[in-house]
Design a binder for this molecule. Structure first.
Ligand code: ATP
Ligand code: MG
Length: 184
């Protein structure tokens, strides 16, 4: 089991380092497609149900009442959603819950991932989206490279969107990002 876990972590690290190097060489080509975003996100949430159940955390997706078509690179944006949900599960104590919901905002669809987790201090927030940054203290036993949010930010920016967080220590966090709508 330990060997399996370590090799998984090593694999994730190598994948992340490769993503960073591609991004920094400016060597990323987006393959834009029209995506029915609610359905797309809902599937990713489904895929996380086992992982979150193992951590005794409930995760739910709120279906929007509006249509949510965006234009984006499927592989890349699914990495953003997965990174944010993975964090929400990793940094939330057992018994907590995670809610994923969408907001219609003019030219953008905003995706929110809200958790009842550890929260992040005001001082740490400016560093969150930088390379290799991990908040100390609150995460004994959790593993990570500190690259997930950096990569997510780069991907969202490449699409012309933004990513941000609102958080309160001990209460939880809401990570949000916007992606341009496809009209028509
Ligand atoms: P990786 O994603 O590369 O495996 P990681 O999860 O440590 O590693 P990031 O996803 O970039 O790296 O997150 C950076 C740090 O921000 C985390 O180490 C954690 O301290 C903090 N963090 C991220 N998401 C949350 C969250 N939902 N609640 C509390 N802290 C968070
Ligand atoms: Mg992460």
């Amino acid at each position: 089991d330990k060997a399996y876990m370590s090799s998984n972590q090593l694999y994730a690290l190598v994948e992340n380092l490769l993503s960073v190097s591609r991004i920094e060489r400016g060597n990323v080509k987006l393959t834009l497609e029209i995506i029915e975003w609610a359905g797309f996100v809902s599937e990713i949430v489904e895929n996380f149900k086992d992982f979150s159940k193992n951590n005794n955390i409930t995760i739910s997706f709120v279906r929007p009442t509006f249509t949510s078509k965006i234009k984006a690179d499927k592989v890349m944006v699914s990495e953003v959603v997965s990174n944010l949900i993975d964090n929400a599960v990793k940094y939330t104590n057992p018994g907590g819950n995670i809610m994923v919901f969408l907001e219609d905002s003019d030219k953008f669809i905003v995706t929110h991932i809200k958790d009842t987790g550890a929260g992040i201090s005001r001082e740490s927030i400016p560093h969150l989206f930088t390379k290799f940054y991990r908040v100390g203290g609150v995460q004994e036993g959790s593993h990570g490279t500190g690259l997930g949010l950096y990569i997510s930010k780069e991907i969202v920016n490449m699409h012309g969107g933004e990513i941000w967080v609102e958080s309160e220590l001990g209460v939880g966090s809401v990570f949000s990002f916007s992606l341009p709508k496809h009209n028509g």
